[in-house]
Design a protein around this ligand. Structure first.
Ligand code: PMP
Length: 349
């Protein structure tokens, strides 16, 4: 979901941006108006997340999936990297890294059906690795790191696609963070990359221009035609987070409150709703659970749909149900889901 006030503002600007006389879909990416949008979006992100000057903020295309390739291409430098795999997306990221060089698995939750994150003593790192990669929130399984993994001084790289901007982040613990915008930050079409500038020095000189982070740092994400509308939407969403919500600490409070409502129903259901993830590591963004059998799951989803509760089907690879409570999902919608879940259980348990 996107915040309603953001959609309403975008609707107004779709015909003509104030003081421009042209639609946001029509302006040139070389115009001073787009430069202002590009600049403000970056500044808003810097302000919300407290991103220091020695980090660059980039707006790229190709989705988080292209970052699975760009990260190893730019950062391996002939060495190996360590991947912590806690779900389907981390697995995909690892598979791409292997194609480009050497990558090791520091821990893999697959044998336990991706229900938890590793304990510190289970992680096996190569002291010479170029970086450690993890997925802060596994969207499909609903498994989230409560805090960053302890990895020592190796650069930490994070796919934060499905929990970006859900709360404040200690940016300086990261060397690089990437996130497709389409969950919490805007519409599909733009991927945000935040990287520490010293990493630029290790990029090999022979990379294709578009796949080299230096190109986008040097040209302030304007080397080629950027996804103007998507960046403009991220600008509106970051303004909403700052001015309407009151910042990321406030957003975290609201998100925790929303998730708590659903987890309480699951925890008190005596097994009727069975959460997928281990309670310590379950996600505040994506709540995943099963019902006693597939028949009931089907009925649950049908009745939910009939009650105006959409998109609750779990990802096709794991089945069951999933509620994605991204930033813009209002508390009232989550309360409606909670009430529906209680009611369904009363009738079917
Ligand atoms: N990583 C995570 C954690 C995701 O949730 C997704 C998309 N759902 C991706 C990567 C892939 O993103 P994209 O479709 O933008 O390439």
């Amino acid at each position: 979901m996107l915040p309603l006030p953001v959609l309403e503002e975008a609707q107004r600007d779709l015909l003509a941006l104030p003081e421009v006389g042209m639609s946001v879909l029509e302006i040139s990416h070389r115009s001073k108006w787009y430069e202002a949008i590009n600049h403000e979006t970056e500044q808003n992100l810097r302000q919300l997340l407290g991103i220091p000057e020695h980090y660059s903020v980039l707006f790229l295309q190709g989705g988080a999936s292209l970052q699975f390739t760009m990260v190893p291409m730019n950062l391996l430098g002939g060495r190996s990297a360590d991947y912590i795999i806690t779900g389907s997306w981390g697995e995909k990221a690892y598979k791409e890294a292997v194609k480009l060089g050497s990558a090791r698995i520091a821990w893999n939750g697959k044998a336990e059906n991706f229900t938890r994150i590793p304990r510190p003593d289970e992680l096996e790192f190569d002291p010479n690795s170029a970086y450690v990669h993890f997925t802060s929130n596994e969207t499909i399984q609903g498994v989230q790191f409560p805090t960053e993994p302890e990895i020592g001084s190796t650069p930490l790289v994070c796919d934060a696609s499905s929990d970006f901007l859900w709360r404040p982040l200690p940016i300086e613990r990261y060397a690089l963070i990437y996130a497709g915008a389409q969950k919490n930050a805007g519409p599909a079409g733009v991927t945000i990359v935040i990287l520490r500038n010293d990493l630029l020095e290790r990029i090999p000189s022979n990379l294709p221009t578009m796949l080299d982070y230096r190109t986008h740092v040097e040209h302030k994400s304007l080397y080629n035609t950027p996804p103007v509308f998507a960046v403009y939407m991220v600008m509106l969403v970051t303004r909403w987070l700052r001015d309407t919500i009151g910042g990321l600490a406030k957003m975290e409070q609201i998100n925790r409150q929303k998730a708590q409502l659903i987890y309480e129903v699951i925890d008190r259901s005596e097994g009727f709703y069975c959460g997928h993830a281990h309670p310590e590591y379950r996600s505040v963004m994506n709540i995943t659970w099963r019902l006693p059998n597939e028949e009931l799951e089907k009925e649950f989803l049908q009745q939910a749909q009939a009650n105006g509760l959409h998109e609750l089907k779990g990802h096709r690879s794991v089945g069951g149900c999933r509620a994605s409570l991204y930033n813009a999902v209002p508390l009232e919608a989550v309360q409606a889901l909670r009430d529906f879940m209680r009611d369904f259980m009363r009738k079917h348990a």
